[in-house]
Design a protein around this ligand. Structure first.
Ligand SMILES: *[C@@H]1O[C@H](CO)[C@@H](O)[C@H](O)[C@H]1NC(C)=O
Ligand SMILES: *[C@@H]1O[C@H](CO)[C@@H](O)[C@H](O)[C@H]1NC(C)=O
Length: 460
């Protein structure tokens, strides 16, 4: 979330040069969508982990950590972040039941047939950015040409073979060939429902337990392990940045306020976990959700001394669900006025320093940020998505990719959406849905969610 989002989006757009996209306040916006599919997500690389935060010198030390695998580093523990104006009505995280097998399928099968071969080539250099739409010959086309009628957008992010290449080299190659195929097709859109609100928030979290007994029938393929509705949490901990203010977390002149438990209003701090209340968080305020499980020993890696430290949501197969409203709020003069957002961060980032010296978190070296729904300019009604990590530009946060297509901001009424991470085929789907977020999800339900976006590829 940060300014980097803005500049990357702008860079992308330059490549698009599309007459059918509109340029507003520094960003291009193309077509409305109801699903975004990131494919080829994950790479082998490294980022710099914080190993200490020295309060006497105000210096953070870091050490390189390497990772690899499907969805890496987004398969690491993630924390979930929200910026107002927003009212969160539901949040949940599902994991596959033991025994549920996620079928393997060749990654290439996910590509539209006509693009399959091309994509293998292209994908490497999507570097960044780009949502460049290409035709079957790999030539860039406008998103309009790609098919404006569709409700869905397909985005391929990079796979980094870039490790062997210098950044400069990558940039050259990227400029020349970058493209992420954006296919759109079908139109099975789905819309948001409604409900709205304005106000404030609050929480109480308890590491709740939820059983996941589970058998792998298709009637219960996924179990909800974390869940929130206003005033109630199961295995979720709400936090904000009031460290040292209200009884949890710390403040120091070097590093400022750490994270802290958030009070039920979402804005003030608390001495212990509280469930966010039935409130609307106004512009400029942020809160975040970790799981209800406290870090213990070294199982979260290094984190800032004195913080309430909790695990994020890890693993290569997980589904996040959200229901929210992002009402307009032009009151006050907070920074990020009327620019709501929901995004995921490598959970190590907030546990050290989310905002501040870049050497005090792993963010700038690419440990991962996934913007799910982000308003990029004041008062906009277009929610943009982008992955910021080092894929395609290892060791930085300027790799990754995104799209200039957007979800419509639910200023009144709610938007329900699922974010499905699939390690088998290296995809991450963001899909608008209408089903209930029940204690368990059947494979059929999840398949129907995937199908909304999958039809785009199949029809190409
Ligand atoms: C994960 O990917 C595999 C292989 O493409 C597919 O068979 C499976 O349905 C997917 N599952 C989910 C939940 O995305
Ligand atoms: C709580 O959430 C964490 C993170 O997703 C998970 O590892 C853990 O199993 C969950 N606890 C229960 C009791 O479901």
């Amino acid at each position: 979330m940060k300014l980097a989002t803005v500049s990357l989006a702008a860079l992308t757009a330059v490549g698009l040069a599309s007459a059918d996209c509109s340029y507003v306040a520094g960003n291009y916006y193309c077509s409305n969508t109801n699903a975004i599919v990131y494919s080829n997500v994950g790479y082998s690389g490294s980022y710099k982990d914080v190993t200490s935060m020295d309060e006497s010198s105000c210096i953070c030390n870091q050490a390189s950590t390497s990772f690899s695998g499907s969805l890496a580093p987004l398969n690491e523990e993630l924390s979930v972040h929200f910026r107002g104006p927003i009212k969160l009505s539901q949040f949940g995280v599902y994991y596959p039941n033991a025994g549920t097998s996620l079928k393997k399928r060749d990654v290439a099968d996910c590509a539209p047939v006509s693009h399959r071969h091309k994509r293998d080539v292209v994908v490497e250099w999507v570097e960044v950015t780009s949502t460049v739409f290409v035709d079957s010959n790999g030539n860039p086309v406008t998103s309009a040409a790609a098919d404006m009628t569709s409700s869905y957008t397909k985005v391929n992010t990079i796979i980094s073979s870039a490790q062997n290449t210098s950044p400069a080299q990558q940039n050259v190659d990227t400029a020349a060939t970058s493209s992420s195929i954006s296919t759109a097709v079908g139109s099975s859109s789905q819309s948001s429902t409604s409900s709205s609100a304005v106000g404030q928030s609050s929480t109480s979290s308890s590491a709740a337990a939820q059983s996941s007994s589970s058998s792998s029938t298709s009637s219960s393929a996924w179990t909800r392990r974390s869940y929130f509705t206003p005033g109630s949490t199961t295995n979720c901990t709400f936090m904000n940045h009031q460290g040292g203010v209200k009884g949890s977390g710390v403040w120091s002149s070097c590093f400022g306020n750490s994270i802290s438990y958030a009070a039920a209003d979402g804005i003030t701090g608390a001495s212990s976990a509280e469930a966010l209340g039935d409130v609307t968080i106004l512009s400029g305020n942020e809160f975040m959700i970790f799981s209800g499980e406290e870090c213990s020993g070294n199982d979260c890696g290094y984190y800032r001394d004195g913080i309430p430290a909790y695990h994020g949501f890890g693993g290569g197969d997980k589904i996040f669900v959200f229901e929210f409203t992002m009402p307009s709020d032009t009151s006050g003069s907070a920074s990020n006025q009327d620019m709501p957002a929901i995004w995921l961060l490598n959970a190590k980032i907030p546990r050290t320093l989310q905002y501040g010296d870049s050497s005090c978190s792993c963010w700038s070296t690419g440990c991962g940020e996934f913007d799910l729904f982000e308003i990029l300019s004041v008062g906009s009604d277009k929610l943009i998505s982008h992955i910021h990590d080092g894929q395609g530009n290892d060791g930085t946060s300027t790799g990754g990719g995104g799209t200039q297509d957007y979800f419509t901001r639910p200023t009144s009424g709610t938007l329900k959406a699922a974010v499905i991470f699939n390690s088998s085929d290296q995809t991450a789907h963001i899909v608008e849905v209408s089903d209930d977020f029940a204690e368990s999800l059947s494979a059929d339900t999840v398949d129907s969610w995937l199908a909304k976006a999958g039809s785009a590829a199949a029809l190409s």
